[in-house]
Design a protein around this ligand. Structure first.
Ligand code: 9D3
Length: 235
């Protein structure tokens, strides 16, 4: 999969791959050539002699607004570099929430083109013409879309065929009935040696050697935790 990132802070993606994606599963996937990450500097496409990419908002108010032209030209220049059709994505607090279901859909595409902004906003007319999928990574305020883009890249990268190493089995073959039914549950608690740590014990069932009982207990733990912490996932 090819992933383009369009940004006015290309230095965040200058390292190949960026530090946050150079280790663990994304690091291995990069080394194996499963994802190809290409950063494009939107500023390089400014027609303006000062390489300006933003301007003051019509109607007044604080902050600056990204202009249409540099972003429009950057998108088309990036898309022309490769014949695979790109799924355009704008990272924005106004987007649909990123979920694992959406990640799975995006992971199956040949090419993603991610647009990250550092502005109060982007001129609505270029968003309308580019018609990107608009995605948010949650209800909190970031300084820009670049870290959100890296979160999305991490999530889709680990789903590329071959990205999960031996130490992490793909869970597709061990879905619980609830997951098979499309309900996503929180994980169960985990324990390792020693059996007694500062007087705290490992639950007896995990030491019983009864794999059926262990599986039952884990599913019950997952359902209880999900009901307690994330009732929205069961609704
Ligand atoms: C003054 C209104 N602000 C909205 C709360 C404007 C604004 C804040 C932060 C505009 C852009 C940003 C930068 N954030 C992102 O680009 C962003 C983001 C986020 O802040 N939270 C969750 N997901 C995302 S995806 C991109």
């Amino acid at each position: 999969m090819r992933i383009d990132v369009l940004t006015t802070f290309p230095e965040m993606f200058a390292a190949q791959p960026p530090a946050a994606l150079a280790v663990s599963i994304p690091g291995r996937a990069s080394a194996a050539g499963l994802i190809e990450l290409v950063a494009t500097d939107i500023r390089a496409f400014s027609d303006n002699k000062h390489k300006k990419t933003d301007d003051r908002p019509f109607g007044g108010g604080p902050g600056m607004v990204m202009m249409c032209q540099p972003l429009w030209d950057a998108v088309h220049a990036a898309e022309a570099q490769d014949p695979r059709p790109a799924t355009r994505i704008l990272l924005t607090p106004q987007g649909v929430p990123l979920t694992q279901a959406l990640v799975e859909s995006l992971a199956a595409r040949p090419r993603l083109l991610l647009i990250a902004g550092h502005y109060e906003g982007i001129d609505e007319r270029v968003i309308e013409r580019l018609a990107p999928l608009e995605i948010s990574i949650g209800d909190y305020v970031l300084s820009g879309g670049e870290l959100a883009a890296m979160v999305l890249i991490d999530a889709v990268t680990r789903l590329q065929p071959g990205a999960l190493g031996d130490e992490l089995s793909n869970q597709a073959d061990s879905f619980s009935p609830d997951e098979a039914a499309g309900r996503r549950l929180l994980d169960c608690p985990h324990y390792t040696r020693p059996r007694d740590w500062m007087g705290a014990q490992v639950p007896d069932i995990l030491l019983s050697g009864d794999h059926g009982k262990v599986a039952q207990w884990r599913l019950a733990q997952r359902l209880a935790r999900t009901a307690e912490r994330r009732p929205d996932l069961l609704a």
